[in-house]
Design a protein around this ligand. Structure first.
Ligand SMILES: NC(=O)C1=CN([C@@H]2O[C@H](COP(=O)(O)OP(=O)(O)OC[C@H]3O[C@@H](n4cnc5c(N)ncnc54)[C@H](O)[C@@H]3O)[C@@H](O)[C@H]2O)[C@@H](O)CC1
Ligand SMILES: Nc1ncnc2c1ncn2[C@@H]1O[C@H](COP(=O)(O)OP(=O)(O)O)[C@@H](O)[C@H]1O
Ligand SMILES: [K+]
Length: 511
């Protein structure tokens, strides 16, 4: 699914109105009808007090139309209008007038802090103050209103976006933004939903297809692609009937050091679990028994160094190198890594300590085979591309780095983002249970496994990231977030592949 900018969505609205020969007020009614259908399905006529806060633009217009339809369904609705300016939008005014048809209670105008109504935790708050039209930070009593809404633990539903949030622009830390429990967003999700500084304001979200012009949507260059289940299904490659292990690639996992042998064992185990034909581990010699005991399917090759890797001889013929987990940053390990890089001409997967080593040696960066994949967490990323002022600068710097060095970057976290030159792929699987030591080691092994099996490096990465998250989601249904650990995520890769085709999607986004 494409993630479009606020500007593109406004153009899509315009194009829809022209091509479908409808008015903007028809589109607003379509939006409100879809939202009310969803709300009604969940509330089922419950006599809960619903407080709808409307702005004076089209987001407010949506809010007024929702209020009217909810009143018609018999709900207890009180409607408020944040009367911050005289510049009310045309469609706001039409819906301001239409609400008269269903109630004698005219919307209550709010103009200062003293006008705020009491909100209790038993209320449902619907936030329709600002949507994609927000163009400056919210200040004064309006900011107070958002902070007040946030201070009461009433269930809060945002219309299109939590008010105060920009769709695709950075925020200042002190900006007032409504914190929603659930967001109904229209046509495409917004980039800010997926970024660490703002994503928490959105709660769970649903994308409602409001039927915007398909031609416009098709040709629009997205800010990013959201990789959900359907995209992953299309990337999956079924095995040939007469396949043998020799066709399914050989992953060589290089890493491990004294006290960190679990790391490279997890990587190698995950490469096996994700389907590579053969997996070997290049490790310090004292780790031999550990790796072979933990992963009987994995062959080992030992470096001369006992405690850490000290050398790298031309050990195998054709392999996909996955290097870094648990490797440490000893000078000799660095030389061995450099030697391994010089011997490789096909894309490799670089994680953890190997990324740290690269960050301090940019010459080696230039030697990496094109389309190699780096999987940094934010600490490693900072060493690689320098610090950033906000989430958007992080993405811009990552794009620049990827384009300059012909590398694929995986920015790990909630909603891991794969960066390939100017393109961003936002992953929608995974959960907070995956914030556990070693889950990144598993990810590196999964991606390497798909590269070895012949997936194009970018597809192996995007698909690998998705399946890693999907394994965590499936495992969490049995183990909860707290009980998840890296080896369990790894063991759920097979079940997650089965699940990709078996069960309908039932996980709410951002849950
Ligand atoms: N009419 C249509 O065709 C459709 C409109 N839609 C809704 O329209 C929204 C966008 O509507 P608008 O473009 O009118 O924008 P908004 O309703 O988000 O807000 C725009 C108004 O707020 C003012 N404003 C912006 N930042 C402010 C600030 N910080 N403090 C005070 N005032 C501020 C602007 O000057 C303008 O008057 C979408 O998010 C969606 O909810 C959807 O219903 C889709 C269809
Ligand atoms: N809150 C979260 N939601 C979803 N995925 C997460 C979350 N926190 C961490 N993860 C995932 O877990 C993995 C953690 O990797 P990393 O930080 O390298 O761990 P380690 O170094 O211990 O292996 C990444 O794939 C990341 O996307
Ligand atoms: K809103």
């Amino acid at each position: 699914m494409k993630i479009l900018s606020a500007q593109q969505l406004a153009e899509a609205d315009k194009s829809t109105i022209e091509k479908q020969q409808i008015t903007s007020i028809d589109l607003m009614e379509r939006v409100a009808t879809l939202v009310v259908e969803r709300l009604h399905a969940r509330l089922n006529g419950a006599p809960v007090p619903i407080k709808i806060f409307c702005g004076i633009g089209n987001n407010g217009g949506d809010g007024l139309a929702i209020a009217r339809l909810m009143i018609q369904h018999g709900y207890h609705v009180t409607t408020y209008v944040t009367n911050c300016s005289k510049k009310r939008s045309k469609d706001f005014l039409v819906n301001y007038d239409r609400i008269k048809d269903v109630t004698k209670d005219w919307p209550i105008l709010l103009s200062c802090k003293e006008d705020f109504p009491e909100i209790t935790p038993k209320d449902i708050v619907i936030d329709a103050v600002f949507g994609t039209g927000l163009n400056r930070p919210v200040t004064g009593w309006m900011a107070d209103l958002f902070n007040y809404i946030n201070s009461v633990s009433a269930f809060t539903v945002a219309i299109d976006m939590p008010s105060g949030l920009y769709a695709n622009e950075p925020h200042d830390k002190q900006d007032a933004i409504v914190k929603a429990d659930h967001t109904f967003t229209f046509q495409t999700p917004k980039l800010s939903f997926f970024l660490p500084e703002t994503g928490n304001q959105v709660g769970t979200f649903e994308v409602l297809n409001i039927g915007l012009d398909p031609e416009y949507l098709m040709q629009a260059q997205p800010l990013a692609q959201l990789i959900a289940r359907e995209a992953a299904q299309n990337m999956y490659r079924q095995r040939d009937k007469f396949v043998h292990k020799g066709n399914l690639g050989h992953v060589l996992c290089m890493g491990g050091s004294h006290g960190m042998m679990g790391s490279i064992s997890l990587t190698a185990g995950a490469a096996i679990n994700a389907g590579a034909g053969k997996v070997s581990a290049y490790i310090p010699s004292h780790g031999n028994t550990i790796v072979q005991t933990l992963c009987p399917e994995v062959m080992t090759l030992s470096s001369k160094g006992e405690q850490f890797i000290t050398d790298f001889e031309h050990v195998l013929k054709d392999y996909v190198l996955c290097v870094g987990p648990g490797m440490g940053q000893e000078e000799e390990s660095y030389s061995a890594f450099a030697k391994a890089v010089h011997q490789q001409s096909s894309p490799m997967i670089i994680d953890a300590d190997a990324i740290n080593l690269l960050a301090s040696n940019h010459d080696l960066l230039e030697k990496l085979p094109k389309n190699s994949i780096l999987t940094p967490h934010d600490g490693e990323l900072k060493r690689l591309i320098g610090d950033w002022k906000n989430d958007y600068e992080r993405l811009e710097k990552a794009k620049e780095f990827s384009a300059k060095h012909d590398l694929i970057l995986v920015l790990k976290g909630a909603y891991t983002i794969t960066v390939a030159e100017n393109h961003l792929y936002v992953n929608d699987s995974g959960n907070p249970g995956m914030a556990t030591a070693g889950s990144g080691d598993v990810l590196a092994g999964v991606i390497a496994s798909f590269v070895a099996q012949g997936y194009d490096p970018l597809i192996a990465t995007v698909f690998g990231v998705h399946m890693h998250g999907a394994s965590g989601d499936l495992a969490a249904q049995t183990y909860a977030h707290e009980g998840l650990k890296a080896s369990i995520i790894s063991n759920f890769i097979g079940p997650a592949i089965l699940n990709l085709f078996r069960n309908p999607e039932n996980k709410p986004q951002n849950a």
